[in-house]
Design a protein. Sequence first.
Length: 250
Amino acid sequence: MSEEPQPNAWPEREPVRRPPPAFNVPGVVLALVAAMGLVHLCRTLLLGELADTRVILDFAFIPGCYGSGQEICQIRPAGVSLWSPLTYAFLHGSWTHYGLNTIWLLAFGTPVARRLGNARFLGFCALGTIAGAAAFYLFNAGLDVPVIGASGTVSALMGGACRFAFVRAGRSPGFGAERYRPAISVREAFSDRTVLVFIVAFFVTNFLVGAGVGGALTGGGEVAWEAHLGGFVFGFFCLPFLDRPVARRV
């Protein structure tokens, strides 16, 4: 007669780790990129110069129009002050401008979207965009020049990613680890070499651009570096408030 195997005689199985798919950008990130691209496509191919100027006036963020009676502000819609701190992110100055923001949005939006989920991710992007506009307003309250671009949004995603995506784990947790890794505290973030180097590089780069040193890298165009800083600070400090409870591995 053969003996029945004891329960503890069976070898332990290694947990099955899900390999990363070939194309692993979350759908919500792709949808955001596509929406921005569609807006720019319509502006460049379908709208004439006059109509495109109207779109800029109606949806770009113009800090000088808050509490100002300037002529450019008087021809804008009545409610533009409510939606322009958000809609300016969907407008871009060129395909190069859109392409650069797309690259960073894919890189940093992917881990943040996996962690927060679709609804929280969109809320995080919206608040980061508004924070970028608010920071730009603090430095340029009387400026009557339109501000456009998703750089504030991207900067918020960079700041949020600093709280979890750059942290080295003790072992490789496999694909999708962003949603399981606890967010580190502000103190821990400033103590982590990788996070600290990234933060310093981000701020130094933006201050150089603000001082005019980075003109060669930006093609000579004006860069709303204040919006970058505002978005980054929001993302870094406010990610935990929008974070969902870290799920346990099963």
